[in-house]
Write a protein that binds this ligand. Structure first.
Ligand code: AMP
Length: 509
């Protein structure tokens, strides 16, 4: 038990609510459908109180997990805030997950409550009850479902649960593009520390309006975007889905946008994307996957704005950022955030590349029920090994060259996919490249490049290999180049290299 009199309540919800503007009738969230809805800050307070009272009425054991397998909606965000408010642990899940995936999360996290879309109630509830889940509610983006029906019977006053900074707030399952998904345990303190730092660094100011068009089962849309706006008492223009034309039309009413690189690429395909369409915007932020320098430059040319790229991950929230004032360098993710220590472990003598390790109040409490795995991922002196490989440039900007697991070892030589990818992306007619290692009888692994042509270009694999030979050491040159229309990506725009490796595993017999 924590003594309220001695220490302030470190519940993240309390900090977010304390940042609401004095005028609680101000609009916090405006939906962007044909019949827009306006949620005032006061509505947020009362709706989360009703949901928190409902959760309290279920007599759940302390620390219970509440899993959300729901489509994006304002109510889904309210559910998240209510779980914080009631002091339980939120478990967001991609609503695209199917039976086998959901079974893993339910068995691993053992939530007490699951909320799902009505169309999935049949199979989700069956799975939930066989996994020992006590309560299954439904929630849909049209504001229907048993969750809201039940919450409507509860009062709109609720004293937020008292929590310490290191109490668990959220379990985020890592995207699992390589191997089995693990639950990263984030505390109230992890997220508040990071949100406060980002408020300063990105210079959130009165009058800022955020266009919110990201999914909310992931750190980017749920934490970086929502915490940012809420902690600034800012309005959000809310899109349940990303539709480039509609999103673009609202830049005129906003100042801040956050996107994964794929969203920027899709916005660039809109003829209406002009400097004039972005005249009221102050900041465009990109993250979750590498931003191609091409996209960076094209955005500058079309809008007059320079994309601000930052880097983070589920286990650590945000780590580095390019500056608001000062040079934003394409191909880099900027400098470490204040209060966050970033170092390169065992840098390569030639390239300076090494494992990126971090320390700070943002670093998570470990992997859910995997103490061994947690120990492996921390160094003896307490730094978390991100699994990313990178180097600092002369001015302290971090460049990410890839995931350690993506490193290709061909004939005993280390090949960093990002280096080969950057080289090939620069060749005429190449839009984008993914470099993977494929089993090879002589080399152990062979470097293989999967390449997407620019619209209208036709690529000759042999000519591409020749061009790379002129630029890189022989061991880095792809043994094979495969031309495709599209790279496989997950919901956050990350290229799924595991899919590519599986697809091309038999290439060399
Ligand atoms: P997740 O935990 O799903 O957010 O994935 C985190 C991973 O995404 C990081 O470990 C990086 O590999 C990658 N990532 C995030 N932001 C960037 C970025 N700006 N550039 C390159 N990779 C990034």
């Amino acid at each position: 038990m924590h003594n309220v009199g001695m220490s302030p309540n470190a519940n993240l919800f309390v900090a977010l609510r304390d940042a609401f503007p004095a005028d609680r009738s101000a609009v916090a969230i405006e939906t962007t459908d044909d019949a827009p809805l306006h949620y005032r800050f006061d509505d947020l307070d009362r709706a989360t109180a009703r949901l928190a009272n409902l959760l309290d009425s279920l007599d759940l054991p302390p620390g219970s997990r509440v899993a959300a397998h729901v489509d994006k909606s304002v109510e889904a965000l309210l559910l998240y805030l209510a779980v914080l408010r009631a002091g339980f642990v939120y478990l967001p899940l991609n609503p695209a997950y199917q039976t086998a995936e959901l079974a893993h999360f339910l068995q691993d996290a053992e939530p007490a409550v699951v909320v799902c879309g009505a169309r999935n109630f049949g199979w989700v509830s069956k799975l939930a009850f066989t996994s020992g889940v006590g309560h299954v509610f439904t929630l849909d983006p049209d504001r229907t479902g048993t969750l809201l029906d039940r919450a409507a019977h509860h009062g709109d006053d609720h004293a937020p649960a008292v929590r310490a900074a290191d109490d668990l707030a959220v379990i985020l399952y890592t995207s699992g593009t390589t191997g089995r998904s693990k639950g990263a345990m984030l505390t109230h303190g992890n997220m508040l520390a990071n949100a406060r730092t980002l408020k300063d660094v990105w210079q959130w100011r009165p009058g800022d309006v955020l266009v919110h068009a990201l999914p909310i089962f992931h750190i980017h849309g749920l934490f970086v975007a929502c915490h940012g706006a809420l902690l600034n008492g800012s309005r959000m223009l809310w899109f349940d889905r990303f539709e480039p034309g509609r999103v673009l039309a609202r830049f005129a009413d906003a100042t801040v946008f956050m996107g994964v690189p794929t969203l920027y690429v899709r916005l660039l395909a809109e003829p209406g994307l002009t400097a004039d369409a972005c005249r009221s915007m102050r900041l465009f932020i990109s993250g979750s996957a590498p931003l191609l320098p091409d996209t960076f430059r094209e955005w500058q040319r079309r809008t007059g704005h320079t994309l601000l790229e930052r880097y983070g991950m589920s286990e650590t929230v945000m780590l580095t950022s390019n500056p608001v004032d000062g040079e934003r360098r394409p191909g880099t993710v900027g400098r470490p955030l204040p209060g966050v220590d970033v170092r390169i472990a065992a840098p390569d003598a030639d390239s300076g590349n090494g494992g990126i390790e971090v320390r700070g109040p943002n670093v998570f409490a470990g992997y859910w029920r995997l103490p061994e795995k947690t120990r492996e991922e921390f160094t003896a002196d307490g730094w978390f090994k991100t699994g990313d490989v990178g180097r600092f440039d002369a001015d302290g900007y971090l460049q990410i060259v890839g995931r350690a697991k993506d490193l290709v070892i061909s004939g005993g030589f280390n090949v960093y996919p990002a280096e080969v990818e950057a080289t090939m992306d620069d060749l005429p007619g190449v839009a984008e490249t993914a470099v993977i290692g494929v089993p090879h009888p002589d080399f152990g692994e062979a470097v293989v490049a999967v390449v997407v042509p620019r619209p209208g270009a036709s690529l000759d694999p042999a000519a591409l290999v020749g061009a790379v030979k002129a630029r890189l050491a022989n061991f880095k040159v792809p043994k094979q180049v495969i031309v495709v229309d599209d790279l496989p990506r997950n919901a956050m725009g990350k290229v799924q290299k595991k899919v590519l490796r599986d697809r091309h595993a038999g290439l060399f017999g």
